[in-house]
Write a protein that binds this ligand. Structure first.
Ligand code: 8YV
Length: 322
């Protein structure tokens, strides 16, 4: 029996990542990418030292308290860690790490795709062509919404929000951002700071949601906050579905208060609110923010860097529950 650390890897990861796992760990892998329940993971975790999970595995307080005491680290293959109860992990003496930075560009690219797709009719336009509903070109219809020169409000101006802002500048957009604390002027790069949500929202012809899902942000986009947006605003979400109240967004999309939405993330993925599927003014993607080979490999390597550091007695770079 080798003395390599023993870990459970909850999902099938890119080949280069699986190869590195095989070289460095005694791993309980999931090469068939079966759906593992919490109880499956707990059962398989006996005698192991750590877990490499993804955002699809809910690590709540009950799950963490049922883990064997040999588990000392949970490394998540995601930048988001809202699926992990950090406090419960800390109390159980478990270090939690994530994979920041490397998916910033890929996710910001998807935000721009959603913004253009929602504003310019990527869904309904494509449907017209595919379903032979495009009878002849007309000067007056159908029409989309200009993004060039519009005001983009970024809710949460962390790494991904900043990368969205950089890209939006190419469309000559004015950028406003809502955050608790003002960024350094060099990072702001001309964007206007708002710490008052009530003052921020009416400025947002486009609203890009780029904040983490936390107690403060869950359900933040709801009837009242949507009402505070300009009529005909466009909402883009590449962060987490639970920041949005589906009933309220769907009602606003139906009434036209919100002209269009571009959504990559949803409540209860993949069993999303079915009403989204029948709306013509939404452009929907299946959580593709980080979905490129290079990004997914980099995420796996970053998770392994954290595990390697931990098992060699060094504090991992990306500990999120210090
Ligand atoms: C990932 C994400 O693809 O990293 C995150 O937090 O939301 C996604 O981009 C997914 O969570 C994989 O674990």
């Amino acid at each position: 029996m080798s003395n390599k650390p023993k870990i459970l890897v909850s999902r099938l990861l890119p080949q280069a990542v699986e190869q590195r796992i095989a070289n460095s760990y005694n791993a309980v892998s999931n090469l068939e990418d079966l759906v593992l329940t919490s109880s499956d993971i707990i059962e398989k975790a006996h005698g192991l030292d750590g877990l490499l999970v993804s955002a699809t595995e809910r690590c709540d307080a009950a799950f963490i308290s049922a883990l064997p005491s040999s588990i000392k680290i949970i490394a998540t293959f995601s930048v988001g860690y809202d699926h992990i109860d950090l406090q419960a992990a800390k109390s159980a003496g478990i270090v939690v790490t994530n994979t920041p930075d490397i998916l910033t560009d890929a996710t910001a690219d998807i935000a721009i795709l959603l913004m253009l797709g929602a504003a310019r009719g990527a869904y309904w336009g494509e449907q017209m062509v595919r379903n032979q509903k495009w009878q002849r070109w007309a000067p007056t219809h159908p029409l989309g919404i200009d993004i060039t020169g519009a005001t983009l409000g970024i809710l949460g101006m962390g790494r991904i929000g900043q990368a969205v802002a950089d890209r939006a500048k190419a469309f000559k957009m004015d950028i406003n951002y809502f955050k608790r604390t003002k960024l350094d002027a060099t990072i702001e790069n001309g964007a206007a700071f708002f710490d008052d949500l009530d003052a921020f929202l009416p400025t947002c012809q486009f609203l890009s949601i780029n904040c983490a899902s936390t107690e403060q942000t869950r359900g933040l986009i709801n009837k009242a906050t949507i009402e505070n947006l300009p009529d005909g605003a466009v909402i883009i979400n590449t962060a987490r579905g639970d920041i949005v109240n589906d009933d309220d967004l769907i009602e606003a999309l139906q009434s036209g208060k919100i002209a269009a939405a571009g959504l990559d993330v949803f409540n209860n993925e993949p069993d999303i609110d079915p009403r989204y599927r029948s709306l013509n003014n939404v452009f929907l993607l299946p959580h593709l923010g980080s979905a490129t080979p290079n990004t997914r490999i980099a995420m796996g390597m970053r998770a392994l860097d954290n595990l390697d550091a931990f098992f060699s007695g060094v504090t991992p770079k990306d500990v999120v529950n210090k």
